[in-house]
Design a protein around this ligand. Structure first.
Ligand code: PRP
Length: 184
């Protein structure tokens, strides 16, 4: 799928930029965890593409776990209400956990997740997020591996959605207000 896309105002991060940054993150994670095994915890749905690409750049023994959490419903702003839709399959006790997120916006989801997963006594826990919107954070959250900082505009693509659409765009772009204004 190529730009221009009729609902996208402009591209924020191109496909090539995404892919080369993910390769860098993978190399950094590989170096930092040398000699260890890691459980990659993908936060669904948004992180599924990032997880798939990132894990192929991590040269370590990894396990893959998936957790589905929802904070937005169908609105464009975080509600602060976090629901667990699907929990992990396996215990993370005494294991190195790397949370894999697509975006940290208000930080409410991540802050909730860190509290939840810390209580399960992992050996270590870090966060890798493809994107972060620092000016939107409402909680102090540490993103150990951050791909890109985004402006506060409504971004979609590469896992980021509006009403579950646009996740399949291979780039990240700003959604035209006309694409969501009539919907809210
Ligand atoms: C998005 C995103 C993060 C969260 C970040 O998930 O994937 O998990 O919101 O927002 P926050 O920092 O303001 O809490 P969403 O709940 O939209 O579900 P999705 O991944 O299925 O799109």
């Amino acid at each position: 799928m190529m730009f221009p896309h009729p609902d996208i105002e402009r591209v924020l991060i191109s496909t090539d930029e995404i892919q080369s940054r993910i390769a860098e993150l993978g190399r950094q994670i590989t170096a930092d965890y040398r000699g260890e095994t890691v459980v990659l915890v993908c936060i669904l749905k948004g992180a599924f593409l990032f997880m798939a690409d990132l894990c192929r750049h991590i040269d370590l023994p990894v396990n893959t776990e998936f957790m589905a959490i929802s904070s937005y419903g169908h609105a464009t702003k975080s509600s602060g209400v976090v629901r667990i839709l699907k929990d992990l399959n396996e215990s993370i006790e005494d294991r190195n956990v790397l949370i894999v997120e697509d975006i940290v916006d208000t930080g409410l989801t991540l802050s909730y997740l860190i509290d939840l997963l810390s209580a399960r006594h992992p050996k270590s826990m870090k966060v890798c997020s493809l994107c972060s919107k620092p000016q939107c954070h409402k909680r102090v959250v540490k993103v150990d591996y951050c791909g890109f900082e985004l402006p506060s505009e409504f971004a979609v693509g590469y896992g980021l959605d509006f009403k579950d659409y646009y996740r399949n765009l291979p780039f990240i772009g700003v959604l035209k207000p006309s694409a969501y204004e009539q919907e809210e």
